[in-house]
Write a protein that binds this ligand. Sequence first.
Ligand code: PXL
Length: 265
Amino acid sequence: MNFAYAIAGSEASGAAGLQVDIRTFHQLGTFGLGTLTCVVTMHPDNDWGHSFTPMPPDLIAEQIAAATAAYELDTVKIGMLGAPPTIEVVAENLRKQPWKNVVVDPVLICKGQERGQAFDTDKALRELVLTQATVTTPNYVESLTLSGMESLNTIDDLIEAGKRIADNGPKAVVVKGGTEFPGDEAIDVLWDGEEATIYRAPKVGEHRVNGAGCTLAAAITAELAKGTELRQAVQVGKDMVTAGIQGRISANPPFDTVWQGAYTN
Ligand code: PXL
């Protein structure tokens, strides 16, 4: 059995976070399991505003201990951590065993967090978690923050951002252009430390869809757990996100939901 393990938050509508990770892991034929870091709840009667509740650090440590004792895990995806004490406990517990693949989706800012708190969170994530990443998957805005660049307008800019982010620790970086990148294609670039690989798909509509980033990182994680090489793992992730957006589920919150089940290989 290939095990895919996520350390991530719950998002109450099931459109992002651990629920997406588990669906993606299952769809790609791996055994998915997860450690819960926080709960993000949306409030339909308050314009779908978000609230964020971290899990107690001791409970996070206990979940990691149980998961890693239950099976021989070598591949982990880190999703939303959200608060410095969470980042510290996850970083410390990750170091307790060797990992072949550490995929970090650098979810930097959660709506509803204070800016000051978000700054501390960014700093802790960069110093304690991104340094342990074998692959990280920043979106357009996260790539600007992590690379220090002002805008990403060309494929060369995406490659440059990947290189700069890799300089700070991660072995490989997938920079996601998403809807913000100019043009009619959704372009992602993998910088693996030596070479850049470009992934392209036509943009589907103009609206953002919830769960695309989580799905991409989770699919890469599942493929790496199966032993797929990184370049092909990113291609599977790209194909699954494209299929999941085309087959999206109409939802009442401001964004529709990616459907992982739309992907078949
Ligand atoms: O898409 C980023 C993300 C990840 N994880 C959780 C989230 C969100 C965004 O809302 O709530 C739990």
